[in-house]
Design a protein around this ligand. Structure first.
Ligand code: ADP
Length: 669
């Protein structure tokens, strides 16, 4: 025992000196901001006094290693070539026209503000002197214009905004001081610098009193001029003035949000990183634990930067609306701090303690449901809505993007098998039911795996050259989704509704039955309070307008009604089921059957009016996916439907209804 202990001691590394020596070199040689270097030095001092076998020693080492591994100064060089950005976005994505435009506009305005030109107006009535100054300033990279006198100068100031006017004091018609006063009246933010050969203390004082920023004596000291103008220009580019909104991509899953984010990073030549915030419980997960906790770690934000190795990535905060309900701390406050350029240059991680500058990052948030976000946070976000795809769009996306990638990933390249449009259509409609294309991508992957196996089993010569609908059907097996409503028989008291949830639109089935009783209403299913209320409204409406709806009013007193909505999910807005429930009840009490291939959406009033509802496009797409033939939507939703003109889905006929009474005959078999 003793022997082993001795051996163990003798092989213990003699680290302190070398550890500490190495760390000291890193601290000295690495490019660190002052406060980080100080924090590192403090920790190193502490380490020197710590017994290397003590637990704190390891903790201290890990801390220093983390601190020194962060990209304090490392950035990838930014490039912004809009044409190239557009090319990258186009190459990667089918469609998304409006989204691409919004992204390009955002990048353009960001680029302009991040590196704004500094505009200088040089005013002198001596041509040679003026030309000299113009030349010197232009060579420094400023945008320069000249004017030969005060009046010309004012005309220029009216025409465009200058950051600085460098003007001679003594000029005909209007002298420098008059110009100063006039120019500042027209453009209060413009600074003025005076140049004069007759420098006297009095005029200098007067000029400054009137608001000049600087006073140069002739002959002009060019170094002084360059330095002064450069200092003013630098103020303009200071990051504090750069407060652009943060892009927030919202929309159903699989509609290209992440992929557009990646394309932005590629276009800018930046690295891309994404963290998912779904189910996040604790602020400490983001910002770390204080080192006084045993096993404390830095938060996920700084860990990401350590891994990326650069301080200016495109950083996607995925699903900021999906933070766990039991989140400890205020998520909105953390994000505001992370996303606000005025605060995020000083982002504090509890573990690191020394503030880290996030302001060089381009953040992009994603959210499915904007209603979940707090007001101040929403205000900081520029929302770019992503939308579900139509069947035809999905087929194009599959043919042009998903399939070629899957074929390459599965080595099916010599030659590429062709997959017919019918085969893709079958995959889309029979094997996926989603707003985006994630599952479609997965199903195409399945086809490719099976093709790869066939190729190996049958040998190159016999390889499948074309996948048609029949082969796709054989490879994929029986479709889990069929137009389930299409062949169904007309039903009593069962109506199909359209709802809108996080992942896009969906159809729901509303069932109503009646039984002997005392006029009670029973509601079951996954119903929110709003949905319950619209069911009650629907029942009162059907009772009160029994005559118009062809219903026997005597029935209600002796019957209980049970309404069930067997939806797998809780829709975002329950009120839009009102019309569906009313129609189901009218059918039930009048004994007339409802068409199974008609779906409805609309909020109703007690008098039977149909009010507009949200998510119309997603609902119509969902109806098309489910094989519905006709959709009844509120009259007031005409604009949304009109905006879809030109898109496909000829399979679905959309009709507008203004009242429940107009909707009923259309829904009856
Ligand atoms: P989200 O982030 O919205 O959930 P993703 O960006 O992960 O969706 O998209 C899922 C897949 O679908 C990715 O492989 C993406 O490239 C592809 N995709 C989505 N939209 C398009 C599109 N319009 N054109 C081409 N590919 C697309």
């Amino acid at each position: 025992m003793l022997f082993f202990q001795k051996r163990a001691e003798s092989v213990l590394p003699p680290p302190p000196a070398s550890d500490i020596g190495q760390l000291r070199t890193r601290i000295e040689s690495q490019e660190l901001p002052h406060h980080a270097r100080e924090a590192a030095k403090r920790e190193l001092e502490r380490l020197e006094k710590t017994d290397p076998s003590a637990a704190e020693y390891g903790v201290g080492l890990a801390y220093l290693d983390f601190l020194l591994g962060l990209p304090w100064a490392a950035v990838t060089p930014d490039r912004l070539d809009l044409a190239q950005a557009e090319a990258v976005l186009d190459a990667r994505h089918h469609g998304l026209g409006q989204i691409k435009d919004r992204v390009l506009e955002y990048l353009a305005s960001r680029a302009l503000r991040a590196a704004p030109d500094f505009h200088v107006l040089v005013v002198d009535d001596e041509d040679i002197a003026r030309a000299n100054l113009e030349h010197v300033l232009r060579k420094e990279g400023f945008k320069v214009r000249g004017a030969a006198n005060g009046l010309e100068a004012l005309a220029e100031v009216r025409r465009s905004e200058f950051d600085l006017i460098v003007t001679d004091l003594k000029m005909d018609k209007m002298d420098g001081l008059q110009l100063l006063a006039e120019a500042r009246r027209i453009s209060p933010a413009t600074r003025v610098m005076l140049v004069t050969g007759f420098a006297t203390v009095d005029t200098a004082v007067e000029a400054m009193r009137q608001g000049a920023v600087y006073y140069l004596a002739k002959p002009v000291n060019l170094d002084e001029l360059r330095a002064t103008v450069a200092a003013l220009a630098k103020e303009k580019t200071a990051p504090a003035s750069f407060r652009s909104p943060v892009l927030c991509f919202s929309g159903p899953p699989g509609t290209g949000k992440t992929s557009v984010g990646q394309a932005i990073a590629e276009a800018l030549g930046r690295r891309f990183h994404r963290i998912s915030l779904a189910g996040l419980r604790d602020e400490a997960e983001l910002r770390g634990h204080r080192r006084t906790y045993v096993g404390a770690l830095p938060g996920r934000v700084l860990q990401s930067y350590a891994r990326l190795g650069v301080a200016n990535p495109v950083f996607m905060l995925d699903e900021i609306d999906k933070i766990g309900k039991d989140f400890r701390g205020d998520p909105a406050a953390v994000f505001l701090e992370m996303l606000d350029p005025e605060q995020n240059s000083q982002f504090v991680d509890n573990y690191l303690e020394a503030p880290f500058d996030l302001s060089r990052t381009l953040f992009i948030a994603t959210a499915n449901d904007l209603a979940e976000l707090s007001g101040p946070l929403r205000d900081r976000l520029e929302v770019v809505p992503f939308r579900g795809y139509t069947t035809r769009e999905k087929v194009r996306i599959a043919a042009e993007h998903l399939l070629p990638r899957q074929l390459r990933e599965h080595g099916l390249t010599h030659p590429f098998p062709t997959v017919t449009e019918e085969a893709l259509r079958l995959t889309v409609t029979g094997h996926t039911r989603e707003a985006g294309v994630r599952n479609l991508d997965r199903e195409l992957g399945r086809i490719c795996r099976k093709l790869a196996r066939l190729r190996l089993e049958q040998g190159e010569g016999q390889a499948v050259a074309e996948v048609d609908a029949a082969l796709a059907a054989a490879l994929l097996g029986p479709p889990p989704y069929r137009g389930e409503t299409a062949g169904a028989a007309p039903r009593l008291g069962v109506a199909t509704g359209l709802v809108y949830a996080d992942y896009g639109g969906e159809i729901i089935s509303v069932e109503a039955i009646r039984m002997e009783g005392t006029g009670e209403l029973l509601l079951t299913g996954s119903l929110g309070e709003v949905l319950r209320e619209s069911a009650r409204t629907a029942l009162s409406l059907v009772r009160s307008r029994a005559g118009e709806l062809g219903v026997d009013p005597g029935l209600f007193a002796s019957q209980d009604v049970h309404i069930h909505i067997p939806a797998g999910s809780i829709p975002k807005e329950g009120s839009s089921a009102g019309l569906t429930v009313a129609v189901a009840l009218a059918s039930l009490f009048s004994g007339r059957l409802l068409r199974p291939d008609v779906a409805l959406t609309g909020e109703i009033t007690l008098t039977g009016k149909v009010l507009p509802v949200g998510g119309i496009r997603e609902k119509i797409l969902a109806a098309a996916r489910a094989g519905i033939r006709e959709v009844l939507v509120p009259e007031a939703n005409r604009p949304e439907v009109a905006a879809m003109a030109g898109e496909d889905s000829p399979e679905v006929l959309v009709r507008h209804v203004a009242t429940v009474f107009a909707a009923l005959p259309l829904a009856l078999a």
